[in-house]
Write a protein that binds this ligand. Structure first.
Ligand SMILES: C[S@@+](CC[C@H](N)C(=O)[O-])C[C@H]1O[C@@H](n2cnc3c(N)ncnc32)[C@H](O)[C@@H]1O
Length: 158
């Protein structure tokens, strides 16, 4: 089976990639991860989503591609250049709230909020404030992380 054969990329992806290439940003999620994110977002109509670590908005674009018109997404980035790229490409979509701030600060000030899906793709929410973020996942919701290997978790025999 070729996992890459039938992937339909959201429109606008190439222009985000082009801007990210110009600044040498290489930390965007890969296309299979993004494709799963789109599917998971589609499984929660009217959902409330949170992304920690927007980057330049590539994974954000995939989440948006899965979301219906009643769903909303907050995405957090603490690098101004990346935030500006994401805002430029995705900021006109009324479903998304792109925020330039520290993810840890967002978590600490929104612990009572519940989300149907949290994509934790940066330090806060993935390597620290983990319990706090897990408590922000609605019952039946999903917590998704990327770029974690058994080695990184210190569980080499998994
Ligand atoms: C793996 S990249 C995110 C990639 C993005 N989700 C994608 O797939 O296109 C992690 C991002 O987190 C940002 N970041 C690092 N520390 C952060 C923090 N404390 N709060 C918010 N964002 C942070 C980095 O600037 C970087 O853009």
């Amino acid at each position: 089976m070729n996992d890459f054969a039938n992937i339909r990329r959201p429109s606008g992806i190439e222009s985000i990639q082009s801007d990210l290439k110009k600044i040498g940003f290489t930390m965007s999620s890969d296309v299979l991860t993004d494709s799963i994110l789109r599917t998971l977002a589609a499984s929660k109509p009217g959902g409330s989503f949170l992304e920690l670590g927007t980057g330049g908005g590539l994974s954000t674009a995939w989440l948006l591609a899965g979301m219906d018109s009643d769903s909303t997404l907050i995405t957090i980035e603490n690098d101004e250049t990346l935030y500006e790229i994401a805002k430029k490409h995705l900021g006109t979509d009324p479903r998304v709230d792109v925020r330039y701030m520290n993810g840890g600060e967002f978590i600490q000030t929104h612990m009572q909020r519940k989300f149907d899906l949290i994509f934790a793709d940066t330090w806060p929410g993935k390597f620290y404030f983990i319990n706090e973020v897990l408590n922000m996942v609605r019952i039946g919701g999903m917590y998704v992380v990327d770029d974690l290997s058994p080695f990184l978790l210190g569980r080499k025999n998994m």
